[in-house]
Design a protein around this ligand. Structure first.
Ligand code: PTT
Ligand code: SF4
Length: 604
């Protein structure tokens, strides 16, 4: 089938073996690419291992649209067994490395084993080498990118870790292009555990497609359509920060460790405040709606701000100065830490300090203390020693009632949406396949604009619909979903793009089956890797059920546990999973996952 280069590149860092394998027709048909491929590879190859051990593998996976001249197609999925959650983990990163990997002749790179010494992988078309990274070990991500560019030229794609990944901090992420970040559930730590500082790629070949001319024409048309969309200009001004004000107005801004949904100083941090300090913008390759907002931070250096970063490093920790938020954000990018988890960990520490559950003091909004904690987290010392494995583990260390306000699901910290009064979004966090990430079903805007407070079946259906489209289709094609979400670029384009790339499009029914298959496989992975699986793992933290909002229009609101529970049961039923969320035998067989049945035992 066209649209793929058709090869997996496998690099074993323990023995230096490098091999190339065909991607079977069945794999392409059933899993499409990106997350679909990654989930299948991890299911087949990574079982029962410690995520930071030699036995874990990390998968860099593209899809049939990656790197083609189509809107926002410079994306790839990075997946592994997560050290933060113990389950399936992945993230989606925009990087020249995604484009170059395909041009070099590979759809997927699997890295396995562990190098004895710090190393990096250099891919230049057919030539693949494992090179010495001892001089780069300890370097910040920006500095390491400079070192690699000095040696290999500016035109390489690079995926890097910083000191956080090297030291295997649980929420260390992978960084590219000095500010793109991907792999929230500790994908950077997995690279660190393998002594792998970076992967660089340079590809000069052509990605084979079914109808090159038509693809080029439709790509051009797509880029043109995006530019004349109504929200395009505003998007270019604010990017993802356009949602900040809306979140505050609707009491869903994460504030003081998700205690509240609105922040007194929100005007100092919102999209309009950003416009006042914005100096540039940047983004991923092949994109004409570049959304990386560059500002001069409080230390007069460039920092890139997105909504999640500002939400979590602003109101969630009581920080009211956007340029100071910029410093914390830039430090996270340089060290290679995920900003969402970082903001949640800092908020957790501040609350623990307020409640006198820890010895050291850290006040809400204390900028200098935050900087110190970031450094200490990377070095696993001081207050950093409490949080370096995320808030779930931190609450075990701190004790008291902190389990109730350790804001995570399955060990992954919650992204920047407070759900005291958003049952659908709470379900989306509860059932996300990697832990509490918003990316699979950002149902919150639909929910607030329709029947916000209901626990209806329609909401459960909407969560599944979005999971199929966002978590299934977009993560597997693999392109950025923001043209569709943010400027209303037509979904109808994507089957046409797939058709021009592969020779076959994708029907609505196939999109649903693809999403369901990927979700059910990932769910099976969680069950297999977690002997103590329980329904509780699909619950958001107690804070949203037990502690009402204290301020704003929605003062007094909480989630209703019994009604959340009903929604969860409906969700399981619609997915064909049993009463504790384990896929049923018939469901697995119906989705062509017969091989999973015997592994899952009686329920499977
Ligand atoms: C994503 C998560 C997000 S989601 C943000 S801001 W967002 C945070 N950004 C971080 C950052 O920056 N630096 C840092 N050190 N850590 C960070 N952690 C947080 O990571 C990102 C964009 C964004 S910006 C979003 S919503 C969309 N996400 C997509 C997705 O998931 N899939 C897809 N097909 N398309 C997407 N398009 C958008 O991409 P994770 P990126 Mg990211 C500075 O990876 O692990 O999924 O976490 O990839 O290239 O930076 O683009 O308001
Ligand atoms: Fe990257 Fe933003 Fe463009 Fe998406 S819209 S491809 S995240 S720059």
């Amino acid at each position: 089938m066209k649209g793929y280069v058709g090869k997996i590149l496998r690099v074993n860092l323990s023995d230096g073996r490098i091999s190339k394998e065909e991607i079977s027709e069945e794999m392409r048909r059933k899993f499409l690419g990106g997350r679909g491929f990654a989930a299948k590879i991890l299911w087949d190859e990574v079982s029962g291992v410690d995520p930071l051990s030699e036995g874990n593998k990390i998968v860099f996976s593209t899809g049939p649209l990656t790197g083609l001249p189509l809107p926002s197609s410079g994306k790839m999925v990075i997946a592994s067994k997560s050290p933060l959650t113990g389950g399936y983990g992945d993230g989606n990163i925009g990087s020249m490395a995604a484009v170059h990997l395909r041009r070099a002749g590979y759809d997927v790179l699997i890295v396995e084993g562990r190098s004895e010494r710090p190393c990096y992988i250099a891919i230049h078309d057919e030539k693949v080498e494992i090179l010495d990274a001892r001089k780069m070990w300890g370097q910040m991500t920006f500095e390491a990118q400079d070192s690699l560019e000095a040696k290999h030229g500016r035109n390489v794609g690079a995926l890097l870790i910083g000191p956080a990944g090297e030291n295997m901090v649980g929420f260390a992420t992978v960084i590219s292009q000095r500010g793109r970040a991907g792999g929230r559930p500790g994908m950077g730590a997995v690279m660190g555990s393998k002594n792998l500082k970076a992967v660089i790629v340079k590809g000069t070949g052509e990605i084979p497609v079914f109808d090159k001319e038509r693809l080029r024409e439709m790509g051009k048309e797509g880029y043109g359509e995006i530019k004349v969309k109504e929200n395009y200009d505003f998007w270019i001004r604010q990017g993802t920060m356009q949602v900040f004000e809306w979140c505050n107005e609707n009491s869903c801004l994460p504030t003081y460790n998700f205690r509240e949904g609105a922040f007194r100083f929100s005007k100092q941090l919102d999209g309009y405040a950003l416009e006042g300090v914005k100096v540039d913008r940047k983004g991923c390759p092949l994109c004409n709606m570049q959304c990386g907002n560059i500002i001069k931070d409080a230390e007069n250096r460039n920092a890139e701000l997105d909504y999640e970063n500002v939400g979590m490093l602003g109101p969630n920790i009581g920080m009211d100065d956007l340029r100071k938020v910029g410093v914390l954000n830039r430090m996270a990018d340089e060290y290679g830490l995920d900003t969402i988890s970082l903001g949640s960990c800092l908020g957790f520490l501040m609350e623990a300090s307020e409640k006198k559950l820890i010895e050291g003091r850290i006040e809400w909004g204390d900028f200098d203390a935050c900087k110190k904690v970031i450094e200490d987290t990377v070095k696993k010392r001081g207050l950093g020693e409490i949080i370096f494995e995320g808030v779930r583990k931190a609450s075990e260390r701190v004790g008291g009632d902190s389990r109730d306000w350790a804001m995570h699901v399955k060990g992954l910290e919650i992204s920047a949406y407070n759900c005291h009064a958003c049952p659908g979004m709470a379900l989306s966090f509860g059932t996300s396949p990697i832990g509490a990430h918003h990316k699979d079903a950002w149902v919150i805007s639909w929910e607030i604009s329709t029947d916000r407070f209901s626990y209806s079946k329609e909401k459960v259906e909407k969560v599944i619909e979005l999971q199929r489209l966002r978590g299934g289709l977009f993560e597997s094609m693999t392109t950025c979903r923001l043209p569709w979400i943010e400027v209303d670029f037509g979904l109808h384009w994507y089957p046409k793009y797939l058709e021009a790339a592969r020779g076959t499009g994708i029907a609505q029914e196939e999109i649903s089956v693809l999403g369901d298959r990927i979700y059910t496989l990932i769910r099976s992975y969680w069950i297999r890797e977690n002997r103590s699986w329980s329904r509780e793992m699909d619950y958001p933290p107690s804070r949203w059920f037990e502690e009402p909002l204290n301020q704003g229009d929605l003062k007094g609101y909480t989630l209703d546990r019994a009604r959340y529970d009903e929604m969860l049961s409906q969700y399981y039923e619609m997915r064909g999973w049993d009463e504790i969320g384990i896929p049923q035998k018939e469901t697995l067989e119906g989705l062509g996952l017969g091989d999973v049945v015997s592994v899952l035992g009686k329920n499977g």
